[in-house]
Design a protein around this ligand. Structure first.
Ligand code: F6P
Length: 521
């Protein structure tokens, strides 16, 4: 995989083709993928760009690396690990890990079936953060309107206001506390687990650990914490945290929505895996989304990428995608230690529609640059208010059209001349009504929101992100950038706990000031 991307002929051809490709929405370009319709009509497209994209993928070793992803090779080269989340959702997992995967998948199923049969754990408190939180939290929110089997609350932040708010809605006597942590060393999750244990003890529960289970890739750490062996559900270090939803991390989903929902979620993701493996480049949805994202970010210079799910149930898809994309792609060093040479991850942000229209779409339309947008919508709602749904979808389509076509000065002027008698004033006001247009977007249309279509959608984004990492030559699956802050935080915690402000030699006056102040309170 060449590391000097910008100087490579393949990159230069891709960049030139991206700059020259029209963004006119003239020809319909929809890819069917695992039941989803991925509409790329309003992204730049041309035959030369198709050819240049395929050539760049070839130069970057895409097919070889994709094979390695599915074969469990150590493609996470800085941690010498595989990134084998696809194995977790395979109907027939690879032989090397099949027993582990099917065994833990069955343990989760059996635990949930037993709890259901006994009517146990009517309440669930889930403790975890990042990849040990966003996936379950997002899925339960997305599918919960179909009926929750249990009351479930999620707490991630170490800010005790969060967990206390959740505890206030739970009955300790019938609550199961799930502590999800791949490493079982994450300060926030362990601190919250202690709060939960105190809560159980204060409720008179003699053995609070009888109300706790752990989901982790570090079972000994969970044992040392006090969780019984038989109450520990496992996954493995070859599963990335932000890719771990498909592992026993889905335990809260099974408790809240049922084992069958988890099976359908896994099935949807596997359908997208099959598409990603089999579809030719030009008809491969994750690949085409990745090429558009790389063109928009690294060639056309868009600093951010917005996601607008036009479905309130998918509100948490935005932070889930933020971690997936920005923790996977927020790097700039390639395999041989040299700089990527081009801008990599965009800032991923967003909000559900139509709320986002009343929040930041002014910026989308009239900022000098704006941002590419992924619109996500469902053809069919899961309610009977058809007119509301038509209004929702109409707004989604209208925003895309407005971003693409814009409003030229002449059109704005004809508007203002109808209300302004003074020609100079009409001309001036028209300037303020111009919409530049020419803003790219993708529309991902689900037939309806089900566990299957949601699983396919999540895998679509996982493979899009993987493909972008290959194109940029960076490691999609490590996260060294999150470690340094944790180390410094541990030092400051020690100083504050010891009320010893002098311990650390902090370079800046502000850190010294605040540690001094806080250690005295
Ligand atoms: O955000 C940093 C990170 O390490 C993520 O990669 C991970 O999902 C999260 O913290 C939680 O880590 P753990 O699951 O080990 O508690």
């Amino acid at each position: 995989m060449p590391s000097d991307l910008p100087s490579s002929p393949a990159w230069q051809q891709f960049a030139a083709a991206a700059r020259g490709a029209p963004l006119d929405g003239a020809s319909l370009r929809i890819i069917e993928a695992a039941g989803l319709q991925v509409d790329l009509t309003t992204q730049r497209h041309s035959a030369p760009l198709d050819l240049a994209g395929a050539a760049l993928l070839a130069q970057q070793g895409f097919e070889r690396t994709r094979a390695g992803l599915f074969a469990g090779e150590s493609i996470n080269w800085t941690e010498h690990r595989a990134a084998w989340h696809t194995a977790l959702r395979a109907a027939q997992p690879p032989a090397a890990v099949a027993a582990q995967i099917l065994g833990e998948r069955q343990r989760v199923r059996q635990f949930v079936a037993d709890a259901d049969a006994r009517g146990a754990y009517r309440h669930v408190l889930h403790l975890g953060i990042g990849g040990s939180d966003w996936g379950p939290r997002m899925v339960v929110r997305a599918l919960g309107d179909k009926g929750l089997h249990r009351r479930i609350r999620f707490a991630a932040n170490v800010d005790a206001h969060d967990i206390l708010l959740q505890l206030g809605e739970l009955d300790p006597a019938q609550t199961l506390v799930i502590v999800s942590s791949k490493t079982f060393t994450t300060t926030e999750s362990l601190a919250n687990a202690q709060v939960a244990l105190d809560w159980l003890r204060q409720a008179g529960i003699a053995d609070p650990f009888s109300h706790m289970v752990a989901v982790t890739a570090a079972p000994q750490a969970a044992r040392d914490f006090g969780v019984a062996h038989e109450r520990i559900f496992r996954f493995w270090d070859w599963v990335g945290g932000r890719y771990s939803l498909w592992s026993a991390i889905h335990l809260p989903i099974a408790l809240a929505l049922g084992n069958d929902t988890v099976d359908e979620l896994l099935g949807g993701a596997q359908s997208m895996d099959d598409h990603f493996l089999a579809a030719p480049i030009a008809a491969n949805a994750p690949v085409q989304m990745a090429l558009a994202a790389v063109a928009n970010r690294s060639v056309l210079g868009y600093a951010t990428q917005a996601i607008a799910p036009y479905d309130s149930r998918m509100a948490y898809l935005v932070p889930w995608a933020q971690q997936l994309e920005m923790e996977s792609l927020g790097k700039s060093t390639t395999a041989d230690g040299t700089p990527a040479g081009v801008p990599t991850s965009a800032v991923v942000w967003g909000m559900t529609g139509t709320d986002s229209q009343h929040t930041f779409f002014q910026w989308m339309h009239q900022d000098a640059q704006g941002a590419p947008v992924d619109f996500i919508a469902c053809r069919q709602p899961d309610h009977d208010y058809g007119r509301n749904h038509r209004i929702l979808l109409a707004n989604c389509l209208a925003q895309r059209a407005a971003l693409l076509t814009g409003k030229p000065y002449e059109e704005a002027l004809s508007e203002t001349q109808r209300t302004e008698s003074d020609p100079a004033q009409a001309a001036l006001l028209a300037r303020h009504r111009v919409h530049p247009g020419g803003r790219p977007s993708t529309l991902i249309m689900l037939p309806r929101l089900t566990a299957h279509t949601l699983g396919a959608l999540l895998a679509l984004y996982e493979h899009k992100v993987f493909t972008q990492g290959v194109l940029w030559g960076i490691n999609t699956f490590d996260q060294w950038g999150v470690e340094f802050g944790k180390v410094l935080a541990k030092r400051i915690i020690a100083e504050l706990d010891a009320a010893d402000a002098g311990a650390g030699a902090w370079k800046d006056a502000s850190t010294r000031h605040w540690i001094g102040l806080l250690s005295r309170q």
